[in-house]
Design a protein around this ligand. Structure first.
Ligand code: CUA
Length: 260
């Protein structure tokens, strides 16, 4: 097993390296948006340049109030073209992705391979809890880690998140996964890593003085190595379990009512 000592630095410009199975779907939407924005920018600049060249100081200005039938028709046509060519398809494609992939929790929950992790966010750290061999949270065999999330490769990873103080945002750019942790509710997100390595977990909501320090590491291991890690970590937790340490028992029953 070769592990990198630190997350890989990003090279050049553009989106962070995509190490997730479905990240390309999000990248495609972002790239499509960038192409349209770039295209509209070029058209607008060309239009302004043309206007400057044609309408010099000797040109007599003409204007209307935009209330003529022609002005209204032109305005509606441009707005309609942008809506039906750019915004509409982006909106519909996003809804389809949310339904079939990123929001399809029923399918991921039903997969016996998937790994469930509870995350508690607080100023300024991420604490993770795995159910352990019994599959139940808040029991002595739970694995609890601090700013350190270890997951297997090629496996759907399901997170449920809470916050104990303010709003934080659990952000793993390399997995194209991001969800707010909000006091009073359980949110959820999932991804599947397609390669091993170490990646950054950052907080993406300004959450106080040390917001910038609120980062953790995601380590993706080959499944057999992860199984070994989990078995050892669970055995250690069970050995160190202290039933009187109420503070340590912050886990919750895996919620059926978690929200996106
Ligand atoms: Cu937590 Cu920013």
């Amino acid at each position: 097993m070769t592990l990198l000592l630190a997350p890989l630095p990003e090279k050049g410009i553009g989106l962070p390296h995509d190490a997730s199975l479905h990240g390309w779907r999000i990248d495609a939407l972002i790239n499509e948006t960038s192409v349209y924005v770039g295209l509209l920018f070029v058209i607008m600049v060309a239009w302004v340049v043309l206007a400057c060249l044609r309408h010099g100081p000797r040109h007599e200005a003409r204007f209307d109030h935009g209330t003529s039938t022609r002005s209204i028709a032109v305005g509606l046509c441009i707005a309609g073209a942008i809506f039906f060519v750019v915004d509409g398809p982006l909106f519909v494609n996003s809804l389809i992705l949310a339904r079939d992939v990123f929001g399809n929790f029923a399918k991921v929950e039903a997969d016996p391979k998937s790994v469930r992790i509870e995350i508690t966010a607080h100023q300024w750290a991420w604490v993770a809890r795995y159910a352990g061999p019994d599959g139940k949270f808040n029991t002595p065999d739970d694995i609890v880690t601090f700013n350190d999330v270890v997951v297997p490769e090629g496996t759907p990873i399901l997170f449920q998140l809470v916050s104990t103080d303010v709003i934080h945002s659990f952000n793993i750019p390399n997995m194209r996964a991001k969800i707010d942790a909000v006091p009073g509710m359980v949110n959820r997100v999932w991804f599947e890593a397609k390669e091993t390595g170490e990646f950054d977990i950052a907080c993406a909501q300004h959450c106080g003085l040390n917001h910038y320090k609120m980062k953790a590491t995601l380590t993706v291991l080959p499944r057999p190595d992860w199984e070994k890690w989990a078995a050892e970590a669970s055995a250690n937790s069970a050995r160190d379990y202290d039933p009187d340490d109420r503070e340590a028992h912050w886990g919750w029953d895996w919620s059926e009512h978690a929200r996106i």
